[in-house]
Write a protein that binds this ligand. Sequence first.
Ligand code: NAD
Ligand code: WQD
Length: 338
Amino acid sequence: MNILVTGGAGYIGSHTVVELMKAGIDVVVVDNLVNSSKESLKRVEAITGKAVPFVEADIRDRAAMKKIFAENKFDAVIHFAGLKAVGESVQKPLMYYENNISGSLVLFEEMAAAGCKNIIFSSSATVYGDPAFVPITEECPKGKITNPYGRTKDMLEQILTDIQTADPDWNVILLRYFNPIGAHESGTIGENPNGIPNNLMPYITQVAVGKLKELGVFGNDYDTPDGTCIRDYIHVVDLADGHVKALNRIQQNPGLAIYNLGTGTGSSVLDVIHAFEEANGVKIPFSFKPRRAGDVAVNYCDAAKAKKELGWEAKFNLTDMCRDSWRWQKNNPNGYED
Ligand code: NAD
Ligand code: WQD
């Protein structure tokens, strides 16, 4: 199989490229490096012992995309490329709509022109908004989304659904990720945020490594057992494996299929802090801060559909995720700049 991986130099993309190559699948990565560096792919090459074909290009660049499809015959596309910072998307909505929507439209048009009609799309649990029920199944109605980033995911799900309805030759798999954390066991690839992290785990690891003084825990008055928000954290390597399993499924011509990728277990912010401290023997100083706008109290999934139809389930637990996040950060205090 030959797969185009858009955004393959990024956090989830680089881990997925490792798992694809381990499974004997050929890949071509396209990335404009707006939120990543070539170094991640060099490290993927060191892990796998194989070269990673890479095209540095923006998916909005139609000529570049035409050239990629003219030079390769792909069985499917795994589409990670996009901007993903929730707060930034509120400040710069046009940038998010332009990059995520316009870029994806060019990609989908060039796929259609090349006759490549199989796509796996990185969607997000954010489409459930404040979920109507937990654990969240794929039947849970979509909720009110509070930011432009999340709306791009919702819109792209709808666009792909419409494309598949109009032309049943398309196979579209929407993967709704819950909260990816962790890193490859080698400690050589991992999440590498620019500036001060917005997300919990990279914030914790930067406190642990001494780059930040203390963690602010956003809210301790939620209606949860310890008052802090509950999320479904999933190891990025499990998530990567979910894409390999989704590729097997897409070959069975599923039409449109949607899967939650999470562990099915909810953990509070305090659970994560304590698990990190225990797994790694490092103290994480923290203090409670006001709630963060847009946060929902509880969000975790029912992952039974992915187990039944993809034969996929998460193997790693929260301790594994904390251990692997820390190994990456400790070995690379400045990410890929080291
Ligand atoms: P990331 O920023 O590490 O990776 C995205 C990659 O896309 C980066 O390498 C970036 O350089 C590239 N990119 C962005 N715009 C591009 C463009 N126009 N052309 C070419 N390349 C472009 O993010 P990630 O965490 O690996 O996320 C991957 C995908 O999964 C994204 O679509 C994201 O929205 C989605 N997702 C992420 C999370 C999460 O918490 N990390 C959760 C749910 C969904
Ligand atoms: C987790 C918990 C925070 C930072 C985001 C996106 C979502 C998806 C995954 C892409 C929350 C708390 C955090 C901190 C804290 N991404 N927290 N102090 O918000 O669940 O999901 O990433 O699709 O769309 O919104 O993840 O890691 O930011 O927060 O207390 O410094 O940690 O309040 O309860 P979130 P997160």
